[in-house]
Write a protein that binds this ligand. Structure first.
Ligand SMILES: Nc1ncnc2c1ncn2[C@@H]1O[C@H](COP(=O)(O)OP(=O)(O)OP(=O)(O)O)[C@@H](O)[C@H]1O
Length: 251
């Protein structure tokens, strides 16, 4: 059996301010999985993503990450596009940093823009795009280096419900064709269940994983599933796990 892509054992993260954001966190993600981290605000979800991205170092514990040469994509809640650069140049940025010229990058970026639904917008500037289109550009930028792992930190939280649901469906399609592993942070029980194979529920700060809910529904998942009793029941199971996670702190 191949080793997991990500494995955290007894991980703590204490910031220089003294805040203990994560305590005794255990996490195991296999290559190719779609896993969500769900928890109350401030419980340490973003800190876990930053640890997995190598942007923060753990204070204690062991963390196995993808090999250093493997690309990892990171998508934030804000699209964080360069306002002075076109969509093409924004998506080109990670390749440019890696030494790839615009000409060599062109075919890959044109194909990618097509697959994220931004064909015809290569020369547009971020200010000319809707919120959903900006997020599509941001995801394209994260995918352009063909990452083994895509880390997403509440990427759709600021979008309206219709746009969010459409992006949920598209993200699942990109995940299925791209073959990358997804670690997705969200506040939304409904979103976590719709997208994931496993939902990991975190306690209040200091965060750790208190429950794991498996979502058995096979892919491709369609929006009709959102109104099925199976979906509603799975969401109820995850909501109850979230409630138990909150009361764990009160104990
Ligand atoms: N660089 C930092 N220095 C000091 N404290 C930090 C730092 N980053 C995060 N924290 C603190 O760590 C705790 C966890 O923060 P984190 O952003 O990981 O939570 P979160 O679950 O992602 O929150 P939200 O859902 O609101 O985005 C918070 O109390 C936060 O203030």
């Amino acid at each position: 059996m191949s080793p997991p892509l990500i494995e955290a054992r007894h991980l703590d993260k204490r910031f220089a301010t003294g805040t203990l954001a994560v305590r005794d966190l255990n996490l195991h993600v296999e290559a190719g999985e779609f896993v969500s981290l769900l928890g109350p605000s401030g419980c340490g979800k973003s800190t876990v993503l930053r640890l997995v991205a190598g942007l923060e170092q753990p204070s204690r514990g062991r963390l196995r990450l993808p090999k250093a040469e493997a690309a990892v994509g990171y998508v934030f809640q804000e699209p964080t596009l360069m306002p002075w650069a076109s969509v093409f140049d924004n998506v080109w940025l990670p390749l440019r940093i890696a030494g790839c010229t615009r000409e060599r990058a062109r075919d890959r970026i044109d194909t990618l823009l097509q697959s994220v639904g931004l064909q015809g917008f290569a020369h547009a500037f971020p200010a000319e795009l809707s919120g959903g289109m900006k997020m599509r550009a941001s995801i394209a930028r994260a995918l352009v280096r063909q990452p083994v792992l895509l880390l997403m930190d509440e990427p759709f939280a600021a979008l309206d419900e219709i746009t969010r649901q459409k992006l949920n469906d598209d993200l699942l399609a990109w995940w299925r064709t791209g073959g990358f592993t997804s670690l997705f942070v969200t506040h939304s029980v409904f979103e976590a269940v719709y997208l994931s194979q496993r939902v990991l529920v975190m306690s209040h700060r200091p965060g750790h994983i208190v429950e794991e809910v498996h979502v058995e529904q096979p892919y491709p998942r369609h929006s009709a599933w959102r109104t099925s009793s199976d979906y509603v029941q799975t969401c109820a199971r995850v909501s109850q796990a979230l409630e138990r996670a909150q009361t764990e702190v009160a104990r």
